[in-house]
Design a protein around this ligand. Sequence first.
Ligand code: HEM
Length: 463
Amino acid sequence: MDSQRSQAEPGHPPLAALAVQPLLNRDYESRPAAFYERLRAEYGPVAPVDVLGVPAWLVIGYSQTLDILRDTRGIWSRRVDAWRAYREGAVPADWPMLPVVESGNSGFQDGADSTRLRGAWGEGLRPFQDRSRTEAKALELAVRRYADELITVLAESGGRTGWADLSAQYARPLPLMVIGRLLGEGADGDDELIIDLWRVMDAGPDAREASERLTARVAGVCEARAKNPGADLPSYMLAAVPDLTTDELTREMAMMTGLVGDVTGTLICNTITEVLIGETGTRDSLSAGMIQEAINRASAANPPMANLAFRWAKADVRVGRFQIAAGDPVLVSPAAAHLDPAFTRTSSPDSIYSSRAHLAWGAGPHACLGRDLATTVTTIAVERLFERFSALRLALPADQLPWRSSPLMRGLRSLPVTYELADGPPEPPARPPAADEEPEPPSDGGPNSLARRVLRMMRLSQP
Ligand code: HEM
Protein backbone atom coordinates (compact mmCIF):
# COMPACT_ATOMS: atom_id res chain seq x y z
CA MET A 1 0.00 0.00 0.00
CA ASP A 2 1.61 3.23 -1.05
CA SER A 3 -1.22 5.62 -0.28
CA GLN A 4 -0.86 7.07 3.19
CA ARG A 5 -2.31 10.00 5.02
CA SER A 6 0.26 12.77 5.04
CA GLN A 7 0.44 16.48 5.76
CA ALA A 8 3.84 16.66 4.03
CA GLU A 9 4.66 19.47 1.62
CA PRO A 10 3.08 18.32 -1.64
CA GLY A 11 6.05 19.32 -3.80
CA HIS A 12 3.90 19.70 -6.88
CA PRO A 13 1.27 22.21 -7.98
CA PRO A 14 -2.34 21.53 -7.00
CA LEU A 15 -4.55 19.49 -9.33
CA ALA A 16 -6.18 22.53 -10.94
CA ALA A 17 -2.78 23.95 -11.91
CA LEU A 18 -1.29 20.73 -13.31
CA ALA A 19 -1.21 20.38 -17.09
CA VAL A 20 -4.10 17.95 -17.35
CA GLN A 21 -4.65 15.61 -20.27
CA PRO A 22 -8.17 15.30 -21.68
CA LEU A 23 -9.63 11.95 -20.63
CA LEU A 24 -11.76 11.73 -23.76
CA ASN A 25 -9.51 11.41 -26.77
CA ARG A 26 -9.24 9.16 -29.77
CA ASP A 27 -6.92 6.64 -28.10
CA TYR A 28 -9.09 6.45 -24.97
CA GLU A 29 -11.95 5.34 -27.21
CA SER A 30 -10.30 3.08 -29.73
CA ARG A 31 -6.91 2.09 -28.20
CA PRO A 32 -7.33 2.52 -24.44
CA ALA A 33 -4.34 0.31 -23.66
CA ALA A 34 -2.06 2.76 -25.50
CA PHE A 35 -3.57 5.73 -23.66
CA TYR A 36 -3.26 4.17 -20.20
CA GLU A 37 0.27 2.99 -20.94
CA ARG A 38 1.24 6.54 -21.86
CA LEU A 39 -0.29 7.89 -18.65
CA ARG A 40 1.39 5.17 -16.58
CA ALA A 41 4.79 5.92 -18.10
CA GLU A 42 4.40 9.64 -17.52
CA TYR A 43 2.66 9.77 -14.13
CA GLY A 44 2.70 6.34 -12.50
CA PRO A 45 -0.44 4.87 -10.88
CA VAL A 46 -2.36 8.19 -10.66
CA ALA A 47 -2.66 10.81 -13.40
CA PRO A 48 -4.21 14.29 -13.49
CA VAL A 49 -6.82 14.39 -16.28
CA ASP A 50 -9.44 16.75 -17.63
CA VAL A 51 -12.94 15.25 -17.54
CA LEU A 52 -15.05 17.34 -19.92
CA GLY A 53 -13.52 20.55 -18.60
CA VAL A 54 -13.15 19.56 -14.95
CA PRO A 55 -9.80 18.42 -13.51
CA ALA A 56 -9.73 15.09 -11.66
CA TRP A 57 -7.28 12.39 -10.60
CA LEU A 58 -7.53 9.21 -12.66
CA VAL A 59 -6.37 6.18 -10.66
CA ILE A 60 -4.90 3.62 -13.05
CA GLY A 61 -2.85 1.33 -10.78
CA TYR A 62 -4.49 -1.95 -9.74
CA SER A 63 -3.45 -1.95 -6.08
CA GLN A 64 -4.22 1.79 -5.68
CA THR A 65 -7.67 1.22 -7.23
CA LEU A 66 -8.34 -1.68 -4.89
CA ASP A 67 -7.15 0.33 -1.85
CA ILE A 68 -9.43 3.23 -2.70
CA LEU A 69 -12.43 0.99 -3.34
CA ARG A 70 -11.90 -0.89 -0.07
CA ASP A 71 -11.27 2.36 1.79
CA THR A 72 -10.41 0.62 5.04
CA ARG A 73 -9.30 3.93 6.63
CA GLY A 74 -12.40 5.91 5.66
CA ILE A 75 -10.53 8.45 3.52
CA TRP A 76 -12.89 8.56 0.55
CA SER A 77 -16.35 10.13 0.39
CA ARG A 78 -19.04 9.49 -2.22
CA ARG A 79 -21.00 12.58 -1.24
CA VAL A 80 -20.84 15.38 -3.77
CA ASP A 81 -20.63 17.96 -0.97
CA ALA A 82 -17.18 16.57 -0.17
CA TRP A 83 -16.01 18.11 -3.46
CA ARG A 84 -14.22 21.39 -2.73
CA ALA A 85 -14.68 22.90 -6.22
CA TYR A 86 -18.40 22.04 -6.10
CA ARG A 87 -18.86 23.69 -2.70
CA GLU A 88 -17.03 26.75 -3.97
CA GLY A 89 -19.28 26.98 -7.07
CA ALA A 90 -16.35 26.35 -9.40
CA VAL A 91 -18.00 23.46 -11.27
CA PRO A 92 -19.76 24.77 -14.40
CA ALA A 93 -23.55 24.50 -14.14
CA ASP A 94 -23.65 22.84 -17.55
CA TRP A 95 -20.96 20.23 -16.81
CA PRO A 96 -22.47 17.10 -18.42
CA MET A 97 -21.70 14.87 -15.44
CA LEU A 98 -23.50 17.02 -12.85
CA PRO A 99 -26.78 15.07 -13.13
CA VAL A 100 -24.88 11.87 -12.28
CA VAL A 101 -22.96 13.17 -9.27
CA GLU A 102 -25.98 15.12 -7.98
CA SER A 103 -28.37 12.19 -8.37
CA GLY A 104 -28.31 11.51 -4.61
CA ASN A 105 -28.87 7.78 -5.03
CA SER A 106 -27.11 5.09 -2.99
CA GLY A 107 -24.03 5.43 -5.20
CA PHE A 108 -23.45 8.89 -3.71
CA GLN A 109 -23.96 8.26 0.00
CA ASP A 110 -21.61 7.48 2.87
CA GLY A 111 -21.83 5.75 6.23
CA ALA A 112 -25.25 5.03 7.75
CA ASP A 113 -27.13 6.50 4.75
CA SER A 114 -25.30 4.14 2.45
CA THR A 115 -25.79 1.16 4.78
CA ARG A 116 -29.53 1.80 4.97
CA LEU A 117 -29.99 1.97 1.19
CA ARG A 118 -27.69 -0.98 0.59
CA GLY A 119 -29.76 -2.94 3.11
CA ALA A 120 -32.89 -2.23 1.06
CA TRP A 121 -31.09 -3.31 -2.13
CA GLY A 122 -29.74 -6.53 -0.65
CA GLU A 123 -33.15 -7.63 0.61
CA GLY A 124 -35.04 -6.32 -2.42
CA LEU A 125 -32.86 -8.17 -4.88
CA ARG A 126 -32.73 -11.44 -2.91
CA PRO A 127 -35.88 -12.99 -4.43
CA PHE A 128 -34.48 -12.31 -7.91
CA GLN A 129 -30.92 -13.41 -7.18
CA ASP A 130 -31.45 -16.47 -4.96
CA ARG A 131 -31.98 -19.13 -7.60
CA SER A 132 -34.13 -21.25 -5.30
CA ARG A 133 -36.79 -18.50 -5.18
CA THR A 134 -39.87 -18.41 -7.44
CA GLU A 135 -39.12 -14.89 -8.69
CA ALA A 136 -35.58 -15.85 -9.72
CA LYS A 137 -36.76 -18.96 -11.56
CA ALA A 138 -39.53 -17.03 -13.34
CA LEU A 139 -37.07 -14.30 -14.29
CA GLU A 140 -34.65 -16.81 -15.81
CA LEU A 141 -37.42 -18.33 -17.93
CA ALA A 142 -38.56 -14.88 -19.01
CA VAL A 143 -35.03 -13.79 -19.99
CA ARG A 144 -34.63 -16.94 -22.03
CA ARG A 145 -37.92 -16.25 -23.77
CA TYR A 146 -36.99 -12.61 -24.46
CA ALA A 147 -33.65 -13.75 -25.90
CA ASP A 148 -35.37 -16.26 -28.16
CA GLU A 149 -37.93 -13.74 -29.32
CA LEU A 150 -35.28 -11.18 -30.16
CA ILE A 151 -33.24 -13.75 -32.10
CA THR A 152 -36.31 -14.88 -34.01
CA VAL A 153 -37.19 -11.30 -34.94
CA LEU A 154 -33.66 -10.27 -35.91
CA ALA A 155 -33.22 -13.32 -38.14
CA GLU A 156 -36.53 -12.80 -39.96
CA SER A 157 -35.31 -10.37 -42.56
CA GLY A 158 -32.34 -12.43 -43.68
CA GLY A 159 -33.47 -16.08 -43.68
CA ARG A 160 -30.82 -18.58 -42.57
CA THR A 161 -27.97 -16.18 -43.16
CA GLY A 162 -27.86 -12.43 -42.85
CA TRP A 163 -26.51 -9.31 -41.19
CA ALA A 164 -27.47 -7.88 -37.81
CA ASP A 165 -26.43 -5.27 -35.27
CA LEU A 166 -26.23 -7.36 -32.10
CA SER A 167 -26.00 -4.28 -29.92
CA ALA A 168 -29.17 -2.55 -31.12
CA GLN A 169 -31.14 -5.69 -31.96
CA TYR A 170 -30.18 -7.92 -29.05
CA ALA A 171 -27.85 -6.79 -26.25
CA ARG A 172 -29.60 -3.49 -25.57
CA PRO A 173 -33.30 -4.40 -25.91
CA LEU A 174 -33.00 -7.60 -23.84
CA PRO A 175 -32.26 -5.96 -20.47
CA LEU A 176 -34.79 -3.20 -21.21
CA MET A 177 -37.37 -5.97 -21.18
CA VAL A 178 -36.08 -7.15 -17.77
CA ILE A 179 -36.64 -3.72 -16.19
CA GLY A 180 -40.40 -3.90 -16.54
CA ARG A 181 -40.36 -7.29 -14.84
CA LEU A 182 -38.38 -6.00 -11.87
CA LEU A 183 -40.70 -3.01 -11.47
CA GLY A 184 -43.66 -5.37 -11.42
CA GLU A 185 -47.25 -5.49 -12.54
CA GLY A 186 -48.28 -2.67 -14.84
CA ALA A 187 -44.71 -1.58 -15.52
CA ASP A 188 -43.93 -4.86 -17.29
CA GLY A 189 -46.29 -3.93 -20.11
CA ASP A 190 -45.49 -0.21 -20.09
CA ASP A 191 -44.00 0.28 -23.54
CA GLU A 192 -43.67 4.03 -23.07
CA LEU A 193 -41.45 3.50 -20.03
CA ILE A 194 -39.13 1.28 -22.05
CA ILE A 195 -38.96 3.59 -25.03
CA ASP A 196 -38.28 6.62 -22.81
CA LEU A 197 -35.44 4.69 -21.23
CA TRP A 198 -34.07 3.99 -24.66
CA ARG A 199 -34.28 7.70 -25.51
CA VAL A 200 -32.47 8.63 -22.29
CA MET A 201 -29.72 6.09 -22.90
CA ASP A 202 -29.26 7.22 -26.46
CA ALA A 203 -28.84 10.80 -25.20
CA GLY A 204 -30.57 12.13 -28.30
CA PRO A 205 -32.27 15.54 -28.67
CA ASP A 206 -35.40 14.38 -26.77
CA ALA A 207 -33.40 12.83 -23.89
CA ARG A 208 -34.24 15.52 -21.33
CA GLU A 209 -38.01 15.30 -21.82
CA ALA A 210 -37.79 11.50 -21.91
CA SER A 211 -35.84 11.53 -18.64
CA GLU A 212 -38.48 13.70 -16.97
CA ARG A 213 -41.28 11.44 -18.18
CA LEU A 214 -39.32 8.37 -17.08
CA THR A 215 -38.76 9.73 -13.58
CA ALA A 216 -42.46 10.59 -13.32
CA ARG A 217 -43.46 7.09 -14.42
CA VAL A 218 -41.01 5.40 -12.05
CA ALA A 219 -42.26 7.67 -9.23
CA GLY A 220 -45.82 6.58 -10.07
CA VAL A 221 -44.80 2.92 -9.81
CA CYS A 222 -43.05 3.52 -6.46
CA GLU A 223 -46.06 5.38 -5.06
CA ALA A 224 -48.37 2.58 -6.15
CA ARG A 225 -46.12 -0.04 -4.51
CA ALA A 226 -46.13 1.85 -1.22
CA LYS A 227 -49.95 1.60 -1.19
CA ASN A 228 -50.26 -1.86 -2.71
CA PRO A 229 -47.13 -3.99 -2.42
CA GLY A 230 -46.56 -6.71 -4.99
CA ALA A 231 -43.96 -9.36 -5.85
CA ASP A 232 -41.50 -6.84 -7.29
CA LEU A 233 -38.23 -5.08 -6.51
CA PRO A 234 -39.61 -1.76 -5.17
CA SER A 235 -42.09 -3.59 -2.92
CA TYR A 236 -39.39 -5.88 -1.52
CA MET A 237 -37.10 -2.90 -0.88
CA LEU A 238 -39.90 -1.12 0.96
CA ALA A 239 -40.63 -4.24 3.00
CA ALA A 240 -36.95 -4.34 4.07
CA VAL A 241 -36.70 -0.62 4.91
CA PRO A 242 -40.27 0.60 5.53
CA ASP A 243 -39.27 4.22 6.14
CA LEU A 244 -37.85 4.52 2.61
CA THR A 245 -39.60 7.54 1.13
CA THR A 246 -41.12 7.52 -2.35
CA ASP A 247 -38.45 10.01 -3.42
CA GLU A 248 -35.65 7.77 -2.18
CA LEU A 249 -37.16 4.70 -3.79
CA THR A 250 -37.67 6.58 -7.06
CA ARG A 251 -33.99 7.59 -7.09
CA GLU A 252 -32.93 3.98 -6.53
CA MET A 253 -35.28 2.68 -9.24
CA ALA A 254 -34.03 5.33 -11.66
CA MET A 255 -30.50 4.09 -10.91
CA MET A 256 -31.71 0.51 -11.43
CA THR A 257 -33.00 1.32 -14.91
CA GLY A 258 -29.51 2.49 -15.88
CA LEU A 259 -27.76 -0.46 -14.24
CA VAL A 260 -30.00 -3.04 -15.85
CA GLY A 261 -30.79 -1.24 -19.11
CA ASP A 262 -27.43 0.24 -19.96
CA VAL A 263 -24.70 -1.43 -17.90
CA THR A 264 -26.01 -4.99 -18.17
CA GLY A 265 -26.68 -4.50 -21.89
CA THR A 266 -23.10 -3.33 -22.25
CA LEU A 267 -21.75 -6.42 -20.46
CA ILE A 268 -23.78 -8.66 -22.78
CA CYS A 269 -22.47 -6.82 -25.82
CA ASN A 270 -18.87 -6.75 -24.57
CA THR A 271 -18.94 -10.48 -23.81
CA ILE A 272 -20.27 -11.32 -27.28
CA THR A 273 -17.67 -9.00 -28.81
CA GLU A 274 -14.77 -10.65 -26.95
CA VAL A 275 -16.02 -14.10 -28.01
CA LEU A 276 -16.11 -12.95 -31.63
CA ILE A 277 -12.70 -11.27 -31.54
CA GLY A 278 -11.22 -14.31 -29.82
CA GLU A 279 -8.12 -12.71 -28.30
CA THR A 280 -8.76 -12.52 -24.58
CA GLY A 281 -9.57 -16.13 -23.74
CA THR A 282 -13.31 -15.32 -23.63
CA ARG A 283 -14.03 -17.53 -26.63
CA ASP A 284 -11.93 -20.41 -25.25
CA SER A 285 -13.74 -20.21 -21.93
CA LEU A 286 -17.15 -20.24 -23.62
CA SER A 287 -16.14 -23.15 -25.86
CA ALA A 288 -15.05 -25.05 -22.77
CA GLY A 289 -18.51 -24.45 -21.25
CA MET A 290 -17.12 -22.04 -18.64
CA ILE A 291 -19.54 -19.15 -19.09
CA GLN A 292 -18.66 -17.49 -15.77
CA GLU A 293 -15.01 -17.47 -16.73
CA ALA A 294 -15.95 -16.11 -20.18
CA ILE A 295 -17.84 -13.24 -18.49
CA ASN A 296 -14.90 -12.62 -16.13
CA ARG A 297 -12.49 -12.42 -19.03
CA ALA A 298 -14.73 -10.09 -21.01
CA SER A 299 -15.19 -7.95 -17.86
CA ALA A 300 -11.44 -7.76 -17.39
CA ALA A 301 -10.84 -6.83 -21.05
CA ASN A 302 -13.63 -4.24 -21.24
CA PRO A 303 -15.36 -3.53 -17.93
CA PRO A 304 -18.74 -1.94 -18.78
CA MET A 305 -18.06 0.73 -16.15
CA ALA A 306 -14.58 1.67 -17.28
CA ASN A 307 -14.31 4.44 -14.67
CA LEU A 308 -16.33 4.68 -11.48
CA ALA A 309 -18.16 7.94 -11.03
CA PHE A 310 -16.19 10.01 -8.55
CA ARG A 311 -15.02 9.77 -5.02
CA TRP A 312 -13.63 12.72 -3.10
CA ALA A 313 -10.73 12.75 -0.66
CA LYS A 314 -11.83 13.67 2.88
CA ALA A 315 -8.22 14.43 3.87
CA ASP A 316 -4.91 15.03 2.11
CA VAL A 317 -3.61 11.67 1.02
CA ARG A 318 -0.62 10.49 -0.96
CA VAL A 319 -1.40 8.09 -3.81
CA GLY A 320 1.36 7.03 -6.19
CA ARG A 321 3.53 10.05 -6.97
CA PHE A 322 0.94 12.67 -6.05
CA GLN A 323 -0.49 14.33 -3.00
CA ILE A 324 -4.24 14.32 -3.43
CA ALA A 325 -5.70 17.27 -1.52
CA ALA A 326 -8.83 17.03 0.64
CA GLY A 327 -11.84 17.75 -1.58
CA ASP A 328 -10.14 16.66 -4.83
CA PRO A 329 -12.19 14.44 -7.17
CA VAL A 330 -10.91 10.98 -8.04
CA LEU A 331 -12.05 8.60 -10.76
CA VAL A 332 -10.89 5.05 -10.17
CA SER A 333 -10.52 3.16 -13.40
CA PRO A 334 -11.10 -0.60 -13.43
CA ALA A 335 -10.38 -0.49 -17.19
CA ALA A 336 -6.90 0.95 -16.61
CA ALA A 337 -6.25 -1.15 -13.49
CA HIS A 338 -6.88 -4.28 -15.56
CA LEU A 339 -4.04 -3.22 -17.86
CA ASP A 340 -1.60 -2.65 -14.99
CA PRO A 341 1.24 -5.17 -15.38
CA ALA A 342 0.56 -6.16 -11.74
CA PHE A 343 -2.81 -7.47 -12.94
CA THR A 344 -1.94 -8.65 -16.46
CA ARG A 345 0.74 -10.95 -15.05
CA THR A 346 -2.17 -12.95 -13.63
CA SER A 347 -1.71 -15.83 -16.03
CA SER A 348 1.80 -16.54 -14.75
CA PRO A 349 2.10 -19.35 -12.21
CA ASP A 350 3.33 -17.01 -9.45
CA SER A 351 0.42 -14.66 -10.04
CA ILE A 352 -1.27 -13.31 -6.94
CA TYR A 353 -4.49 -12.24 -8.67
CA SER A 354 -6.83 -14.69 -10.43
CA SER A 355 -8.96 -13.59 -13.41
CA ARG A 356 -11.81 -13.31 -10.88
CA ALA A 357 -9.85 -10.51 -9.23
CA HIS A 358 -11.05 -8.06 -11.86
CA LEU A 359 -12.69 -4.92 -10.53
CA ALA A 360 -15.59 -4.62 -12.96
CA TRP A 361 -18.06 -5.05 -10.06
CA GLY A 362 -16.18 -2.64 -7.82
CA ALA A 363 -15.07 -3.78 -4.35
CA GLY A 364 -15.43 -2.81 -0.70
CA PRO A 365 -18.29 -0.87 0.90
CA HIS A 366 -19.83 0.21 -2.43
CA ALA A 367 -19.36 -3.06 -4.34
CA CYS A 368 -22.11 -4.07 -6.74
CA LEU A 369 -25.17 -5.67 -5.18
CA GLY A 370 -26.78 -6.70 -8.48
CA ARG A 371 -23.90 -8.81 -9.72
CA ASP A 372 -25.75 -12.14 -9.64
CA LEU A 373 -28.74 -10.71 -11.46
CA ALA A 374 -26.58 -9.08 -14.14
CA THR A 375 -24.52 -12.27 -14.50
CA THR A 376 -27.65 -14.41 -14.89
CA VAL A 377 -29.10 -12.15 -17.60
CA THR A 378 -25.73 -12.05 -19.39
CA THR A 379 -25.23 -15.82 -19.12
CA ILE A 380 -28.62 -16.59 -20.64
CA ALA A 381 -28.20 -13.94 -23.35
CA VAL A 382 -24.78 -15.20 -24.42
CA GLU A 383 -25.66 -18.89 -24.22
CA ARG A 384 -28.88 -18.53 -26.23
CA LEU A 385 -27.15 -16.51 -28.91
CA PHE A 386 -24.39 -19.05 -29.46
CA GLU A 387 -26.86 -21.93 -29.28
CA ARG A 388 -29.18 -20.49 -31.90
CA PHE A 389 -26.54 -19.40 -34.41
CA SER A 390 -24.18 -21.89 -35.98
CA ALA A 391 -21.89 -19.08 -37.13
CA LEU A 392 -21.42 -15.48 -36.04
CA ARG A 393 -18.68 -13.26 -37.43
CA LEU A 394 -17.76 -9.63 -36.97
CA ALA A 395 -18.77 -7.63 -40.03
CA LEU A 396 -15.98 -5.10 -39.34
CA PRO A 397 -12.30 -5.56 -38.47
CA ALA A 398 -11.99 -5.57 -34.67
CA ASP A 399 -9.95 -2.35 -34.68
CA GLN A 400 -12.74 -0.53 -36.50
CA LEU A 401 -15.53 -1.31 -34.05
CA PRO A 402 -17.28 1.93 -33.00
CA TRP A 403 -16.77 2.47 -29.26
CA ARG A 404 -18.94 4.91 -27.36
CA SER A 405 -17.40 8.15 -26.30
CA SER A 406 -18.12 8.21 -22.57
CA PRO A 407 -16.12 9.17 -19.48
CA LEU A 408 -17.66 6.26 -17.58
CA MET A 409 -18.80 3.50 -19.90
CA ARG A 410 -16.86 1.16 -22.14
CA GLY A 411 -19.22 -0.22 -24.75
CA LEU A 412 -19.94 -0.29 -28.45
CA ARG A 413 -22.32 1.93 -30.34
CA SER A 414 -23.08 -0.98 -32.65
CA LEU A 415 -21.92 -4.56 -33.11
CA PRO A 416 -22.35 -5.48 -36.77
CA VAL A 417 -22.16 -9.21 -37.49
CA THR A 418 -22.97 -11.71 -40.19
CA TYR A 419 -24.77 -14.81 -39.00
CA GLU A 420 -25.90 -18.27 -39.93
CA LEU A 421 -28.79 -19.77 -38.00
CA ALA A 422 -28.47 -23.24 -36.54
CA ASP A 423 -30.92 -25.86 -37.83
CA GLY A 424 -34.25 -26.35 -36.13
CA PRO A 425 -36.59 -24.23 -34.03
CA PRO A 426 -35.57 -22.85 -30.63
CA GLU A 427 -35.38 -25.58 -28.03
CA PRO A 428 -37.94 -25.51 -25.23
CA PRO A 429 -36.77 -24.23 -21.83
CA ALA A 430 -34.16 -26.43 -20.16
CA ARG A 431 -36.78 -27.52 -17.63
CA PRO A 432 -40.56 -27.22 -17.50
CA PRO A 433 -41.90 -24.50 -15.19
CA ALA A 434 -42.53 -25.61 -11.61
CA ALA A 435 -46.08 -25.69 -10.23
CA ASP A 436 -45.70 -22.25 -8.66
CA GLU A 437 -44.37 -20.61 -11.85
CA GLU A 438 -46.40 -19.04 -14.62
CA PRO A 439 -46.30 -21.11 -17.81
CA GLU A 440 -44.26 -19.28 -20.41
CA PRO A 441 -45.75 -18.34 -23.78
CA PRO A 442 -44.03 -19.76 -26.88
CA SER A 443 -40.62 -18.27 -27.78
CA ASP A 444 -41.43 -17.52 -31.39
CA GLY A 445 -41.87 -13.78 -30.99
CA GLY A 446 -45.59 -13.67 -31.89
CA PRO A 447 -46.89 -10.55 -33.67
CA ASN A 448 -47.43 -8.56 -30.50
CA SER A 449 -44.66 -9.98 -28.35
CA LEU A 450 -42.69 -7.63 -26.10
CA ALA A 451 -39.60 -8.19 -28.28
CA ARG A 452 -41.43 -6.99 -31.37
CA ARG A 453 -42.96 -4.05 -29.57
CA VAL A 454 -39.60 -2.96 -28.17
CA LEU A 455 -37.85 -3.31 -31.52
CA ARG A 456 -40.68 -1.47 -33.29
CA MET A 457 -40.39 1.37 -30.82
CA MET A 458 -36.66 1.43 -31.45
CA ARG A 459 -37.59 1.44 -35.16
CA LEU A 460 -35.61 -1.76 -35.67
CA SER A 461 -38.47 -3.93 -36.83
CA GLN A 462 -41.21 -3.61 -39.45
CA PRO A 463 -44.65 -2.55 -38.16
C1 HEM B 1 -23.15 -5.71 -15.84
C2 HEM B 1 -23.85 -5.01 -15.01
C3 HEM B 1 -23.28 -4.31 -13.82
C4 HEM B 1 -22.00 -3.89 -13.55
C5 HEM B 1 -20.77 -4.05 -14.41
C6 HEM B 1 -22.05 -3.25 -12.26
C7 HEM B 1 -20.96 -2.68 -11.63
C8 HEM B 1 -21.01 -2.00 -10.45
C9 HEM B 1 -19.91 -1.31 -9.86
C10 HEM B 1 -18.53 -1.20 -10.49
C11 HEM B 1 -20.32 -0.77 -8.70
C12 HEM B 1 -19.47 0.04 -7.72
C13 HEM B 1 -19.49 1.50 -8.07
C14 HEM B 1 -18.49 2.27 -7.26
O1 HEM B 1 -17.89 1.75 -6.32
O2 HEM B 1 -18.27 3.44 -7.58
C15 HEM B 1 -21.70 -1.11 -8.55
C16 HEM B 1 -22.48 -0.76 -7.47
C17 HEM B 1 -23.78 -1.13 -7.36
N1 HEM B 1 -24.54 -1.86 -8.25
FE1 HEM B 1 -23.90 -2.70 -9.93
N2 HEM B 1 -23.32 -3.30 -11.78
C18 HEM B 1 -24.10 -3.94 -12.69
C19 HEM B 1 -25.44 -4.22 -12.61
C20 HEM B 1 -26.18 -3.96 -11.51
C21 HEM B 1 -27.59 -4.30 -11.40
C22 HEM B 1 -28.38 -5.03 -12.45
C23 HEM B 1 -27.99 -3.83 -10.18
C24 HEM B 1 -29.34 -3.90 -9.53
C25 HEM B 1 -30.46 -4.15 -10.14
C26 HEM B 1 -26.84 -3.22 -9.53
C27 HEM B 1 -26.87 -2.64 -8.29
C28 HEM B 1 -25.80 -1.99 -7.73
C29 HEM B 1 -25.86 -1.33 -6.43
C30 HEM B 1 -27.09 -1.23 -5.53
C31 HEM B 1 -24.60 -0.79 -6.20
C32 HEM B 1 -24.13 -0.14 -4.93
C33 HEM B 1 -24.06 1.35 -4.92
C34 HEM B 1 -23.24 1.80 -3.71
O3 HEM B 1 -23.39 1.27 -2.62
O4 HEM B 1 -22.48 2.72 -3.90
N3 HEM B 1 -25.77 -3.32 -10.37
N4 HEM B 1 -22.11 -1.87 -9.64
